[in-house]
Write a protein that binds this ligand. Structure first.
Ligand SMILES: [Fe+2]
Length: 313
């Protein structure tokens, strides 16, 4: 009888200990979230985006976090992979402040709200980007941007070239993982180029609108039916002064050697027929994306911040 009671007591103690241990164990990452980045959506708000099964993000002024936001499916569902893709719109933040965050108990990152008016800040600008599987020096460019520790990075169109010949949708996911060199800590502020929308049979704006929420988003008349409408252009009109710097580097094509040319050679490829970009190969060897001619019209969905009147690739 005594032995039976003793065994029951031991079992009860072990059960209680296991319960307590479970409560004390730090949260384990649900799964590795990737494609992590954020945009400014206002002076005291951001939108975090990521891919993975983890849906919750903890955030706060320190690594103790203290607050939790739940990601929801974005308005437009990216088509580059099965996802799942999540977007957490966080508001009520303090202006010009850095926050720590962790998605699903994963690594600690930091985001920050936009710099305040009159506050010094740094930013980088880059366009005609692609991914590291097609552009051998893109990783170097992203490393340089990361070292710059900018507040935000302007991506002025043609983000992934997923619509180019011999490219597949995998380059979209690759791009959003490549930018994690800086996009977990610097806001990714985009404008759409023609390569994001002109070939709806192979790529369209769902991949981009579904990942990058703009502040003051607006719809453009004539926006493509797929992914229409909203988030076509936007951004804040706030102007801050300070030690900003624009970085504009064009990634080199694979196989390029020797000294970097002062200007990209891509415009010479404007002789490539536009129809050449309509053929795709899922199994053949990868080649650099073909660059097609563009017109001012092709930038109709660029940001209103700096709308170009002409483009060269
Ligand atoms: Fe381009």
């Amino acid at each position: 009888m005594v032995a039976r009671v003793a065994r029951a007591l031991v079992a009860a103690v072990l059960a209680i200990a296991l319960i307590l241990l479970g409560r004390m164990t730090p949260a384990v990452a649900d799964a590795a979230a990737d494609e992590v980045h954020y945009t400014f959506t206002g002076g005291t708000s951001v939108a975090l985006d990521w891919r993975g099964t983890a849906q919750d993000v903890r955030y706060g002024l320190t690594t103790d976090y203290g607050q939790t936001a739940t990601g929801t499916a974005p308005q437009w569902t990216p088509i580059s992979s099965a996802g799942p893709f999540w977007q957490a719109q966080i508001s009520g933040l303090t202006a010009a402040t850095t926050y720590h965050y962790s998605i699903g108990g994963g690594p600690d990152y930091t985001f920050h709200t936009p710099p305040a008016a009159g506050q010094s800040f740094r930013f980088d600008a880059i366009g005609d980007i692609g991914d590291t599987t097609h552009f051998s020096h893109l990783a170097d460019t992203f490393s340089a941007i990361a070292a710059d520790q900018p507040s935000f990075v302007i991506m002025d169109g043609d983000l992934t070239y997923a619509n180019a010949a011999n490219a597949t949708q995998t380059v979209v996911d690759q791009h959003f993982n490549d930018v994690m060199a800086w996009s977990t800590s610097a806001a990714y502020m985009p404008a759409w180029g023609n390569h994001e929308w002109e070939s709806p049979a192979v790529d369209d704006l769902r991949n981009y609108k579904g990942r990058l929420l703009m502040p003051n988003a607006q719809a453009s008349p004539g926006s493509p039916e797929t992914s229409c409408c909203g988030d076509d252009w936007g951004w804040s009109t706030r102007v801050a002064s300070g030690s900003s710097r624009i970085r504009s580097r064009t990634p080199r094509r694979p196989g390029a050697t020797g000294r970097r040319r002062p200007a990209p050679s891509w415009p010479t490829r404007r002789t490539i027929p536009r129809s050449a970009t309509s053929s795709r190969s899922a199994t053949g060897p990868r080649t650099p994306p073909d660059i097609t001619p563009e017109t001012a019209r092709s930038r109709a969905f660029s940001t209103g911040l700096a709308r170009p009147t002409a483009s060269t690739c």
